[in-house]
Every structure is written in structure tokens, then in C-alpha cells.
Design a protein around this ligand. Structure first.
Ligand code: HAH
Length: 370
């Protein structure tokens, strides 16, 4: 009896040991992907995101997304026009596809954008006779829109760009002369944050804009966010879009902007990162002249490598302030910059090339030595 119980004990002990060894081995091999992606290199700094269309969520682009990114922003499908094309009609199909993918793969999701002067859908500013609506009606429509969209993605979206690009590019003008401004004055900004907070008190609410490290625009963004804070309305973060180029910004301007925004006590994110290989042209929307060469040149490539190296060195230095860095598109196969500001001119602004392979700049971004 004694012997039998001993040998049974030994068998159990051996089996338990084998089971434990197998569990440890399986756990280890699951946690250790064959090759690390951007998100893994940056796991101690900030989530790394990417702007996507629903079409990108399958096949090889989906594989690339899952390997390198742990956050997503829908490029277009949650904008006011696409998601709310008519007063009584919402189009959830594409937005839901992005949200479902994020939930399924345990990725963070940023919403973009609740109130913007572009891609807003013509109906929102018009009354039944085609004239401009009153301030009262427009604010009610804004409230209905924000409440409906925010509630639908409650618990799936952790942060929304509540107001996008409200600041004017004219040096002596504070807010842009948009229809939001013409009809509501400055109030639409504060109201948008108020409505978003009411719809989901757990949300992180962002003000988002481009040229946000340019000192004049930076100071106006600071003023706008302070205005919301002074009204007693929650605003949790500032999104520096980060549509940079191989010529700008300077390291100093970038550091100064992040520091200035952080001094308001808010989070800062880089929300729409890309590094154009062209100089910034203002409002040139003409097609590319036939004789202009838009191949990716070695000098552009070299400058881009250096620019990406500088940007991520600064982002890592501000790892405690930055709560996310998101690229605007996946690879050079498609970028919004292929059509902006010059129609049909190819750009090469991202870390992956047209074949979805990492570019030289990618290897600088994951090299923390320098
Ligand atoms: C961004 N505007 C928008 O936020 C985003 O929704 C869109 O998909 C692409 C870019 C950037 C922008 C700019 O850099 C200069 C002038 C106008 C707009």
C-alpha cells in the first residue's frame, strides 16, 4: 500500500513537472514573437498607432498593422461627413469595421474627429431653404452628432479628437473663419468639449491641429486650450498632428512646443505623423507638371533618415509627456500626401516602402543607441 502510494506520488510529481515545463515553454514562445515590431521597441515609451481605412484591415497590410502597431485611428470613416451624411442618417458600417478590428486585436483606438470644418457634410450648416442655420440649431446638431457617435463607441474608443484645426493660419487671426466660427463664434469649441464629456465622462478629449510646433500657431493653440480650461470644461490632451517634412521642424521648435503644451497640465500626442520629402507649399493644389520628377531621390532619403532619427530621439526624451505617436497611413504604397498639396505627385513619407518593407529610416527609429 505504502509502496503503491509512493509510486503514484512520483508519477503525479513527474506529470506536474512536465505540465509546468510545457506551460512555461508555450507561454514563452507565445510572448516572444519571431521578430519585434515598432510597438515592441516602444513599449516602455508610448503606444505606436497608424491611420487606417477598413480596406487595409485584411491581407498583408493587416499583417503589417498587427506586427508594428498597438493603436489605430480611422483615417476618414469617423469624420462627420462619412459617418453622418444626412441629418437623420448615420453610416456605421465602415466605422464599425475599424472598431471591431481594434477590439478583436486588443488595440487602442482614437476617434477622429467630432468637429471639423472639412469633410463635415454640407447639410449641417444649412437650413431647409439652403441658407445658413442659426447658432442655436447648429449647436443642437453638434450636440446630437457628438452624443450619438461618442456613445456608440463608448468603451472601444479611449480618446477623441473633439475639435480639429479650429486655429487660423493667418498670423493676426485667432480662430479660422469657418462656418462653425461664422455661425457660433468661439463657443462651438467649448460646447464640443462639453458635449463629448457629457456623452462619455471616461473619454480623453483632444484638441488636434497641424503646424502645431510653429511658434505663432503654437501660442494660439495654447490660448485655445486655456480658454476651454478657464470655462471649466474638461480637455485632456493636445494632438500635434506632425505632418512634418525633411526640412522642418527644427529640434528646438519641437521641444519648445511639447514643453509649452505640457505646461497646461494636459497630455500630448503626435497624432498624424509623416515626413514629406518636399518643401511645404502653401495652397498649391494644381496637378503635377508633366516634366516634374517625383521619384524618391537619395538626397531626400538621407534627409528623411536624419529627420526620423531626430524626431524619435525627441519623442523618447518626452516619453513621460507623450501618450501616443500615430502615423498617418501605413506605408508609401498609399499616403494622403500623394494628392496633397499637389495632385498626383508621389510622396514617400512613411517608414515602410511601397512593398511594405521597412525603409532605412525604420532602422534608425528602432536604434536607441544615439
Ligand atoms: C489632416 N489635415 C486632417 O486632420 C486629417 O483628417 C486628414 O485625413 C489629413 C490631414 C492636415 C492639413 C494640413 O497639414 C495642411 C492644410 C490642411 C490640412
Amino acid at each position: 500500500m505504502k509502496t503503491k502510494s509512493n509510486s503514484t506520488g512520483t508519477t503525479y510529481f513527474t506529470l506536474t513537472l512536465l505540465f509546468l515545463a510545457a506551460t512555461v515553454f508555450m507561454g514563452y514562445s507565445q510572448e516572444e514573437p519571431s521578430e519585434k515590431g515598432l510597438k515592441d521597441y516602444y513599449k516602455d515609451h508610448f503606444p505606436v498607432g497608424v491611420a487606417v481605412s477598413p480596406r487595409a484591415l485584411q491581407g498583408e497590410s493587416a499583417e503589417l498593422i498587427l506586427k508594428h502597431f498597438n493603436s489605430m485611428t480611422p483615417e476618414n470613416v469617423m469624420k462627420m461627413g462619412p459617418i453622418h451624411p444626412e441629418e437623420d442618417r448615420y453610416n456605421w458600417e465602415y466605422a464599425d469595421q475599424v472598431a471591431d478590428f481594434a477590439v478583436k486585436h486588443n488595440m487602442k483606438l482614437r476617434g477622429h474627429a467630432l468637429c471639423w470644418h472639412n469633410q463635415a457634410g454640407d447639410w449641417i450648416f444649412k437650413d431647409e431653404n439652403g441658407g445658413q442655420v442659426s447658432k442655436e440649431v447648429l449647436l443642437q446638431r453638434l450636440k446630437d452628432h457628438i452624443t450619438t457617435v461618442v456613445k456608440r463607441y463608448k468603451g472601444k474608443i479611449y480618446a477623441w479628437d473633439v475639435v480639429n484645426e479650429a486655429i487660423s493660419d493667418k498670423e493676426d487671426e485667432f480662430l479660422r473663419d469657418s462656418e462653425w466660427y461664422q455661425i457660433c463664434g468661439e463657443d462651438f469649441v467649448i460646447k464640443a468639449f462639453e458635449y463629448a464629456h457629457e456623452a462619455d465622462p471616461d473619454l480623453k478629449l483632444y484638441y488636434n491641429d497641424y503646424s502645431a510646433v510653429h511658434p505663432i500657431k503654437r501660442d494660439k493653440i495654447y490660448k485655445l486650450v486655456k480658454m476651454v480650461q478657464d470655462a471649466g470644461v474638461p480637455v485632456h490632451g493636445i494632438g500635434i498632428q506632425g505632418h512634418f517634412s525633411i526640412y522642418e521642424p527644427s529640434e528646438q521648435e519641437l521641444r519648445d512646443a511639447i514643453e509649452k503644451y505640457a505646461s497646461l497640465g494636459v497630455e500630448v500626442q503626435i497624432t498624424e505623423l509623416d515626413v514629406s520629402v518636399y518643401e511645404k507649399e502653401h495652397s498649391r493644389r494644381d496637378p503635377l507638371p508633366k516634366d516634374e520628377d517625383d521619384a524618391f531621390k537619395p538626397e531626400q532619403e538621407q534627409k528623411q533618415i536624419e529627420q526620423y532619427e531626430m524626431l524619435f530621439r525627441v519623442f523618447r526624451d518626452f516619453g513621460d509627456t507623450l501618450t501616443g505617436v500615430t502615423f498617418w497611413n501605413i506605408s508609401d504604397r498609399y499616403s494622403w500626401l500623394d494628392n496633397f498639396p499637389v495632385r498626383g505627385r508621389k510622396n514617400y513619407p512613411l517608414l515602410f516602402d511601397g512593398k511594405l518593407q521597412p525603409k532605412k529610416a525604420y532602422y534608425k527609429v528602432i536604434d536607441f543607441e544615439k
